[in-house]
Write a protein that binds this ligand. Sequence first.
Ligand code: IMP
Ligand code: MG
Length: 183
Amino acid sequence: MNFESAKSQLTKVLVTEEQIKTRVAELAAEIDAKYQGKEVVLVGVLKGAIMFMADLSRALSIPTSMDWMALSSYGSGTVSSGVIRIRKDLDAEIHGKHVIIVEDIIDSGLTLSWLQTTLNSRGAASVEVVAFLRKPAAAKVEVPVWLVGYDIPNEFVVGYGLDYNEQYRTLNCVAVLDPKVYS
Ligand code: IMP
Ligand code: MG
């Protein structure tokens, strides 16, 4: 789906399809350089990270495996609850492996902070975070993040995997959702 098709519910495009492509390639190059010769597991957080994971993983030259977790912190609203529950755990052990958490967006940072602690406690050789988007103004906890695609304003965004009530994930850019949709 493109911006035109959902224009009446969106206020503006923040990251275009072209910018996504360029930035993903740059992030992949950084990962390639740092992880040569290491056993890497990309851990994606469902469902928001699916598009970013698909693009980033294919842009890498190093071999990686891919695993997924489903966490709930949001329900159907637009404000982070801070309560995190595992709805689906990883399929494989990460002990001794180099883990890269692939995240769609860092908002309050609560989800990520919890996830980093959890994966470190399972004995990963290292845990780094690569997030496509970050809202610096929304941070409630400091999370060490290695790479960020774009810092964006503190507005509710959709597209490129991000949803509002399971809608707009398939939008090919990142756009601001018109507040009239959720108010
Ligand atoms: P955090 O725990 O507040 O950092 O937010 C974690 C999750 O909330 C993200 O991984 C997203 O799935 C979701 N989220 C946060 N901000 C937005 C947004 O602007 N649009 C859609 N989902 C969001
Ligand atoms: Mg997420």
